[in-house]
Design a protein around this ligand. Structure first.
Ligand SMILES: Cc1cc2nc3c(=O)[nH]c(=O)nc-3n(C[C@H](O)[C@H](O)[C@H](O)COP(=O)(O)OP(=O)(O)OC[C@H]3O[C@@H](n4cnc5c(N)ncnc54)[C@H](O)[C@@H]3O)c2cc1C
Length: 329
């Protein structure tokens, strides 16, 4: 919970601070890397190096199961990976990429690949928002992958587990950005009233403040809960991480759109932090999972049959019970 709330504060300062706490996508290496790979990357990541993640391909990021980037086995035990990844964030800043591709046997796998490895060709594309890191196309032209660089576990399982933990952090960051917009607007309205520019605040403005405040607070609670489920290894962690990310970012987007109107034209200046936050939030509608796919994932699980008591739609157990799941599970 501490990390989620710290990310909320980071987002309050600037949504570009979204990987400030923890290892970001490097968590995959910490959890699933071989001892050599962990020894190589974890000290660097702890010292501030960035880990990128390369999943999305030109045929569509919402279908990672259809990944086309693939490896060919060499006689010396190495693999040679070729393919194209698109819309990759941290394109030139990442020291290491967690790269998803098909192993020679066709299974989806991931490997920690040094960003300076020969054969990695980058084409940056200027983004509308989330411009704190470069973004664009990563071509893999016969990139060598050593056996110890391949992460342990099946690729789709790694993605599911990782994003169940990562999405609540991104959501909290986005909600922090929206909370800063909220504070900017309330400060501006209070100032206009104090200086006598307006005699009284319109009811419509007060209603917007009351509604958006509770929307942002409850969306943050959802992210905290999703994070706790992921930490506890709960079976519904993926569902809650996906649904609360889509809901939290949608809420942050709609609340800031509504709040920004109360700033008047001053909120439309290109150098206004509110305008930047709104551009960043629009990028998060896609990054780390496009929302129709995430809601679909959640919806699918609600309609699945499950043997556990209470069924799939049951409210997750309280935290003390989750801890015992983690300890015993
Ligand atoms: C700022 C930003 C940063 C990003 N960073 C990264 C990164 O670091 N690493 C990375 O791997 N990716 C990254 N992405 C990519 C992101 O994960 C993808 O944008 C997302 O997964 C959606 O994939 P897509 O854009 O290819 O859309 P698509 O998968 O093409 O989906 C677009 C729309 O088409 C719909 N659709 C898909 N299939 C069908 C169908 N059969 N019939 C009808 N409709 C369909 C979808 O439901 C969706 O509404 C980033 C994106 C952004 C915007």
């Amino acid at each position: 919970m501490f990390q989620v709330l710290t990310q909320f504060m980071c987002g309050y300062c600037d949504i570009d601070l979204r990987d400030t706490t923890g290892l970001g996508h490097g968590r995959l290496i910490a959890r699933h890397g071989s001892p050599q790979t962990k020894r190589r990357w974890i000290p660097r990541l702890l010292a501030g190096d960035l880990a990128g993640i390369a999943v999305t391909e030109p045929h569509g990021g919402s279908r990672p199961a259809e990944t086309r980037t693939c490896a060919v086995a060499g006689s010396d035990g190495t693999w040679t990976v070729t393919g194209r990844k698109t819309w990759i964030s941290r394109l030139t800043e990442a020291a290491v990429f967690v790269l998803f591709f098909r192993a020679p046997d066709g299974q989806l796998v991931a490997a920690a690949v040094d960003a300076s490895e020969p054969g990695m060709v980058r084409q940056p594309i200027p983004p509308t928002g989330l411009a704190g890191w470069t973004w664009g196309v990563l071509d893999l032209d016969a990139v060598k992958v050593q056996p110890e660089e391949v992460l342990h576990g099946q690729g789709m399982g790694l993605l599911r587990e990782h994003f169940a933990e990562y999405r609540p952090l991104v959501t909290a960051t986005a909600l922090g950005g929206a909370a800063a917009v909220f504070d900017t607007v309330t400060a501006r309205l209070s100032e206009r009233k104090t200086t006598g520019d307006v005699h009284r605040l319109r009811d419509s403005a007060l209603i917007t403040l009351g509604r958006t405040h509770v929307q942002l607070a409850t969306a943050l609670l959802g992210a905290v809960m999703a994070s706790q489920l992921a930490e506890g290894g709960h079976a519904d962690a993926e569902l809650w991480g996906a649904a609360t990310k889509a809901h939290g970012i949608d809420t942050a987007n709609s609340a800031t759109a509504e709040l920004a109107l109360l700033l008047g034209a001053s909120g439309f200046r290109a150098d206004c932090q509110t305008a930047k936050t709104r551009r960043d939030l629009s990028g998060l509608l896609f990054a780390d999972g496009i929302h129709d796919s995430l809601y679909r994932t959640a919806g699918k699980q609600h309609t699945a049959t499950k043997d556990t008591a209470g069924g799939i739609t049951a409210v997750p157990a309280p935290r003390d019970q989750l801890n015992s799941v983690a300890l015993t599970g």
